[in-house]
Design a protein around this ligand. Structure first.
Ligand code: PXP
Length: 243
């Protein structure tokens, strides 16, 4: 099925990064979530990392209480995060790989090699009514692994596309398009995200099977200059124009 509108999930982690730089309460990611809700964002994405470097535990409940937008919780496949997800019951949980020393989520989840570790986590989240997504590289074997894990959603990592230069950009874009089509053909809803900007979003947004993009760093960075409402509104316009 081809979704009619491409949803925009706004990752507000880096509002919390700036807050945490001074250890106080400002800027509050809850206020960011409220602005996103008011200006056409379709969801809030937040990554509770093991080291709590941006979003903190208490942010989750505050974000959930402050807006009606669905919360997409990005989480590592650990018992600790599973327990937190089951307690908060976000609309969706996106399982991501996590290494303490990385600056951001640098690669996709190895859904092939990690099958046995992921299977009980995926099923416990699903049993709790949480929509499970796996953040994977756009590779056929990862889609096949997601299928074996019965994940209803995959989020395709767009980092390679975003960082590619010259002719490689088209190669990476084709990989994303092919894997979105493969996922959709197998009944998995494809999403995409990482490294998307005003300049590179259109080609990804034009991939017809994609149902959702999750975008964070660039939107929060732009918000420093133009405000969050303006950056989210502009991204929304670019996504809509590409469809
Ligand atoms: N999707 C997932 C699963 C992520 O982990 C992240 C953050 O790394 C994003 C989307 C957003 O990426 P960015 O902040 O580069 O827009």
């Amino acid at each position: 099925m081809i979704p009619s509108q491409l949803r925009l999930g706004v990752n507000i982690d880096h509002v919390a990064t700036i807050r945490n730089a001074r250890g106080g309460e400002h800027p509050d990611p809850v206020r960011a979530a409220q602005i996103v809700a008011a200006c056409g964002g379709d969801g809030i994405t937040a990554h509770l990392r093991e080291d709590r470097r941006h979003i903190r535990d208490d942010d989750l409940a505050r974000i959930q209480a402050a807006t009606d937008l669905p919360l997409n919780l990005e989480m590592a496949a650990t018992e600790e995060m599973l327990e937190i997800a089951l307690r908060h019951r976000p609309h969706a949980a996106c399982i991501v790989p996590e290494r303490r020393e990385e600056r951001t989520t640098e690669g996709g989840l190895d859904a092939v090699g990690q099958h046995n570790r992921l299977a009980p986590i995926v099923s416990r989240l699903a049993d709790a009514g949480i929509r499970v997504s796996l953040f994977i590289a756009p590779e056929p074997r990862q889609i096949e692994a997601a299928l074996r894990l019965r994940a209803p959603v995959v989020e395709l990592h767009t980092g390679e596309y975003a960082h590619a230069e010259g002719e490689q950009r088209a190669v990476e874009l084709k990989r994303l398009a092919d894997m979105a089509a493969l996922a959709a053909k197998n009944g998995i809803e494809p999403h995409a995200g990482h490294g998307l900007t005003y300049d590179n979003v259109a080609a990804v947004a034009a991939i017809p099977q994609l149902a959702e993009l999750n975008i964070g760093h660039y939107l929060v960075g732009e918000a420093i200059f133009v405000g969050l409402e303006a950056s989210v509104t502009r991204m929304r316009e670019l996504m809509d124009a590409a469809r």
